[in-house]
Design a protein around this ligand. Structure first.
Ligand code: URA
Length: 215
């Protein structure tokens, strides 16, 4: 029997990670009007830039169904994306705000909402097959931006690159075959409130990306 190809986007009823599927069942009971399913990647498949986040936030992507939409992390991410010309339209934290990404796609290392925002290793590894496929279905891809260490490690895993050769660091650049991986601290509310990541630090990473990806 032939193996089914792995889709770039998990099925809406995916139950490969039992803990995450059970947690989504609970959210479905508590908030029947929320998305409560794997959150699909957002942006055109002609993108040269792929932004990899951690996982959907409870009140953000898990509620609205679009990555980084509806929570603090998204306000900084979409604001910066806009500033660097990777979007068209106005971000209004709603999936029907009409915003379009330009030359950019946003995805997550883990597509389902994890309890306490913390996916476990097995969930990161299981969901990685979708990231592998996501990357392989972006024919023009040149640059990946990993938001946080988990996204960095998941991206290395998806690319089959060694962790020991590519240490995570804010603003770090890693050349991996014909792709360039940039790292940033995650644009979470915690990181910005504590000053670990300032808007200027985040923009400095996008400045490096824009220098590589001329409009
Ligand atoms: N929302 C997402 O979609 N991903 C994150 O990593 C954080 C918030």
């Amino acid at each position: 029997m032939q193996n089914q190809p792995v889709p770039a986007e998990p099925a809406a009823d995916c139950r490969l990670c039992p803990r995450l599927a059970d947690f989504l069942d609970e959210q479905r009971n508590a908030h029947p009007d929320w998305h409560n399913a794997p959150v699909p990647s957002f942006g055109p498949s002609s993108a040269r830039l792929l932004v990899v986040g951690l996982a959907p936030g409870l009140q953000g992507a898990n509620r609205t169904g679009r990555p980084f939409t509806g929570d603090w992390a998204g306000d900084l991410l979409y604001g910066t994306i806009d500033k660097f010309g990777f979007s068209r339209g106005t971000f209004d934290a709603r999936p029907d705000d009409g915003l379009e990404l330009v030359d950019c796609m946003i995805t997550n290392a883990v597509r389902c909402l994890p309890p306490q925002n913390k996916p476990v290793g097995a969930e990161i590894r299981t969901c990685n097959q979708h990231l592998v496929q996501r990357i392989s279905e972006l024919p023009k891809l040149k640059v990946i931006l990993a938001l946080g260490r988990i996204a960095h490690d998941a991206t290395l895993m998806a690319l089959g690159a060694k962790r020991s050769a590519h240490t995570f660091g804010h603003g770090a650049r890693h050349d991996i075959s014909d792709l360039t991986l940039f790292d940033s601290y995650h644009c979470s509310r915690y990181n910005t409130n504590t000053g670990r990541l300032t808007p200027e630090m985040f923009e400095a990473v996008f400045t490096q990306i824009r220098a590589l990806l001329k409009p």
